[in-house]
Design a binder for this molecule. Structure first.
Ligand code: GRF
Length: 194
């Protein structure tokens, strides 16, 4: 079986990254993580990569806060190409991608977001859903485009909002759903790659 060469990009905790690396290690996901990259030098996601003996790199982001410096984005493309990456998996990567990446990997960059998009893009989407009085929210995997939490939806999973829900309890249940959904979607990419 051919293994899908992936890269995982993240800025923080790396719980989705850990779930992916665990599933690969257990032999249940025919993918191969060529590299884990972060724009944050001390991000736990890089530590997780090292724990799993996966190649990892810090990408100095440059002087902007919400995007990469164009040269940094070019460097990122180079690193991913050299690593032979087919699918780029964003897992808590806090920067908007632009032309260099989107042109180099058309329909091959995916993201997970903790709401049923197009509802509640942006930060703390579970809080937004709670404050809006929703009874159901969830998570979405989508292709990445140049807008935040936007782009063609690939799959969604619903999470029911319970009567005495707090932001913390809701967020925790969405994260469980996120991991299941992301793994299922990546498994589909692996199947198509065969
Ligand atoms: C995920 O929960 C996802 O909703 C959002 O960023 C979070 C990253 O969490 N895009 P982690 O770093 O995977 O733990």
């Amino acid at each position: 079986m051919k293994r899908l060469p992936i890269a995982i990009l993240g800025s923080g905790r790396g719980s989705n990254c850990r779930a992916i690396l665990e599933r690969i290690r257990s032999g249940d996901l025919p993918a191969e993580t060529r590299v884990v990259i972060s724009d944050v030098l001390d991000a736990p996601i890089l530590e997780i990569a090292r724990e799993f003996s996966v190649a990892n790199a810090y990408l100095p982001p440059g002087r902007f806060r919400t995007r990469l410096e164009p040269e940094a984005e070019e460097d990122l493309v180079k690193m991913l190409r050299e690593a032979g990456v087919h699918l780029v998996v964003l897992a808590g990567f806090m920067r908007v991608l632009h032309a260099p990446m989107l042109k180099a990997f058309p329909q091959r960059i995916i993201n997970i977001h903790p709401s049923l998009l197009p509802k509640f893009p942006g930060l703390e989407a579970w809080k937004q859903a709670l404050e809006a009085g929703e009874t159901v929210t969830g998570c979405t995997v989508h292709y990445v485009d140049e807008k935040i939490d936007h782009g063609q939806i690939i799959a969604q999973r619903e999470v029911v909002i319970l009567p005495d829900e707090t932001p913390e309890t809701l967020h925790a249940r969405i994260q469980i759903a996120e991991r299941q959904l992301y793994l299922a979607v990546i498994a589909e990419f692996c199947e198509k790659y065969q």
